[in-house]
Design a protein around this ligand. Structure first.
Ligand code: SF4
Length: 671
């Protein structure tokens, strides 16, 4: 299967059996005292499954490079003593026949604490303090730090390094006029702004043997105003190749860019066309990245000549065995990364350890061994939503005999409905994976079935995963025919009128607004995405951006919340801003500090920041949260049947798929 993906490729002096690179991810384990053992296990599980090349998360080139002095002991590489620790990782990965590069990183002004350093003093959108301008002597010292770090990586047994030159970190800050106003030799024209990157690569190449790989993470489009121009990117790439780069691992967008690059609503492989143009300009291999999550997409873009390799990071959190399954053609067995960011990137931004929504075992391999249960038991799971599915899968995988009862006609519960929201189609991949696992593990799935208590008394343990029901609004007149709950609206959006008030602006309210403002012109294509977000496919403008187009909406929407908090402030960090921007672009009206008065034939009467008015709407969609639905526990208790309640049925407060799946899987592994 996938002949292009599984063709050998040579990078520098190493030859790989396939063209898949596990891209750099900071997992949070890098910052911990025992993190190297845990990282070794994390990487080894993936290497064992056929990966040929891994890039570690970024390690700081000096004590201040990551802006986390409290973690510098573990997350930087500045001394031989620190290098010795990395042997745990490199030896373990090499034992599986896989190669590994260490990413060398300086975050520059992306230092959330002190504001960091950069070529010029500039405030970043991600920091509250301006950065400090580097002196010429400090620049020379940092270049020396990069070289020392690369040499230590070699001592530690790595096959090479990846120089992080993209995503708005320090090297990128030198390259772009946005952050480099210097007039000395390190700034000014493109040659001056490129000098820092070139000197780093030249310095490393001079200090390491020829067979030590240098990969350069190159920003193809910064997606910020006053970013690099495409011609400058190409010139830089040619010079870097001459300086000794063996591989270009490409990236798109700075972290502060206001254009999504890896979220679920970004079309798959949306930026691979940009990698193709670089491929024609250099002779070393080019890897494409961003929203490549299936073997079909990966193989196709190599077949079409967009790139020589694919770099995927999050798909290896979701499924350590991606490579093996792809090579065997077992596509439906792959637990696909759905690009939700909920348990990976969102956690990085809140300084928590990373995991994965669809695979909560990720980065916890050390505490979550895959062992069979001491004795097989009969387990009944009530409810085939995310928590029930995860529990059934995990329990069956451990050897238990599992029966999954679902009163509905299909698996998925509200997760199934949520995939109707534009940009959330990837959720279907998770349900496809669970369907595969139900078959593979011999789980008895009984749809359309509510068991009686006698049936349940025949099981050793019953898991109640019956989920949630919509909470009522409590507004006077809520029984009006104008009022619908979010389940009804998700099922049949075509029956919702043209003027709609949405009560509740949490994740459900935003989903609903997205669904109801969706216009058929947004067909999910890369062209439509580029138009909506102002990406310049011709790359004639700096940063690859131009003015975005206002999107049409078939409905007029009022999105309302009682709380005085900023609209969408409860949404996840890495995707909340995207959802707010999309709705703004569709002229949705968003109001906080709302007091609902009543509903009548005229519409919704309310006070917005004290001012009374009536929204004359066709429908009021209630997205006021959810309540636990557990009709079973009292009866199970009375009959003395051992049981556990999980997910939304246990606690509906802020329930989401991440918690539901994690709770289900956690219970499954303990049964
Ligand atoms: Fe992918 Fe979501 Fe898992 Fe992150 S949490 S790896 S985005 S599925």
């Amino acid at each position: 299967m996938y002949p292009h993906l599984f063709q050998p490729i040579t990078i520098g002096h190493i030859t790989l059996k396939n063209r898949i690179l596990m891209g750099s991810m900071h997992t949070g384990l890098e910052d911990q005292a025992q993190g190297f053992e845990k990282l070794a296990l994390f990487y080894t599980e993936r290497a064992r499954e056929g990966l040929q090349l891994i890039v570690t998360g970024g390690f700081g080139v000096n004590e201040y490079a990551l802006g986390m002095p409290e973690h510098a002991e573990f997350s930087t590489l500045c001394t031989p003593e620190q290098a010795a620790r990395h042997r745990l990782i490199t030896d373990a990965v090499h034992a599986e026949g896989c190669h590994i590069l260490m990413q060398v990183l300086h975050v520059g002004r992306y230092d959330h604490g002190s504001g960091g350093v950069s070529p010029s003093s500039v405030l970043s959108k991600l920091s509250s303090r301006s950065s400090r301008e580097l002196s010429a002597a400090q620049i020379e010292q940092i270049i020396a730090d990069y070289v020392r770090c690369a040499c230590l990586a070699r001592e530690a047994g790595y096959d090479g390094v990846e120089v992080m030159g993209g995503e708005g970190y320090l090297i990128n800050q030198f390259l772009a006029p946005l952050t480099n106003f210097r007039t000395d030799e390190w700034g000014g024209d493109a040659a001056g702004r490129s000098r820092f990157a070139l000197r780093i690569v030249q310095g490393i190449r001079a200090a390491v043997p020829e067979n030590f790989v240098i990969s350069f993470r190159l920003s193809l489009m910064d997606l910020v105003e006053h970013g690099s121009h495409w011609k400058e990117v190409l010139d830089l790439a040619r010079q870097l190749e001459a300086a000794g780069v063996d591989l270009f691992n490409t990236s798109v967008g700075w972290h502060e860019a206001r254009i999504p690059t890896i979220a679920m609503m970004v079309p798959r492989a949306a930026f691979s066309w940009a990698a193709e143009q670089l491929k024609h300009a250099v002779s070393v291999p080019v890897a494409a990245s961003n929203r490549i999550n299936t073997p079909e997409v990966a193989d196709d873009l190599i077949a079409q000549g967009h790139a020589d390799m694919v770099a995927m990071a999050r798909p290896f959190l979701a499924d350590p065995a991606f490579v093996r399954k792809a090579q065997a053609g077992q596509n439906s067995a792959i637990n696909t990364c759905i690009a939700c960011n909920q348990s990976c990137l969102d956690r990085i931004f809140t300084r928590q350890q990373v995991s994965c929504l669809v695979n909560p075992r990720a980065c916890r391999e050390w505490e979550w061994p895959q062992e069979k249960a001491a004795a097989a038991r009969k387990i009944a799971v009530l409810g085939a939503g995310p928590s029930g599915l995860a529990c059934a899968r995990e329990a069956a995988d451990r050897g238990h005999k599992v029966t999954l009862f679902e009163p509905g006609i299909r698996i998925g519960g509200q997760f199934f409905l949520a995939q109707k929201v534009p940009g959330k189609q990837e959720l279907g991949e998770t349900l496809r994976y669970f369907e595969h696992e139900i078959q593979r593990l011999g789980i008895e799935l009984r749809l359309n079935t509510t068991p009686d208590i006698d049936t349940l008394s025949g099981f050793d343990h019953v898991v109640v995963a019956t989920g949630v029901t919509p909470r009522r609004s409590g507004i006077e007149g809520e029984n009006s025919s104008k009022v619908v709950d979010y389940i009804e609206a998700l099922r049949s959006p075509r029956f919702v009128g043209e003027r709609v008030a949405i009560v509740g602006a949490g994740p459900l309210g935003f989903d609903m607004a997205e669904l109801l403002t969706h216009h058929k012109a947004d067909d999910g294509s890369v062209a439509a995405f580029d138009r909506e977000w102002g990406i310049d496919p011709e790359r004639e403008l700096r940063g690859g951006i131009k003015a975005s187009e206002r999107a049409d909406s078939p409905r007029q929407i009022w999105l309302l919340q009682r709380s005085k908090a900023a609209m969408g402030s409860g949404l996840p960090t890495t995707t909340g801003w995207i959802r707010r921007a999309r709705l703004k672009n569709k002229s949705a009206r968003m109001f906080n500090d709302v007091e609902y008065i009543h509903i009548d034939d005229n519409g919704l009467h309310l006070r917005i920041r004290g001012e009374q008015r009536c929204l004359s709407v066709d429908h009021i969609v209630v997205c006021a949260g959810q309540e636990s639905h557990d009709p079973w526990s009292p009866r199970l208790l009375v009959h003395g049947i051992a049981h556990t309640v999980i997910g939304g049925a246990r606690n509906a407060h802020k329930i989401d798929a991440a918690r539901a799946i994690e709770e289900g899987a956690e219970l499954g592994r303990k049964l």
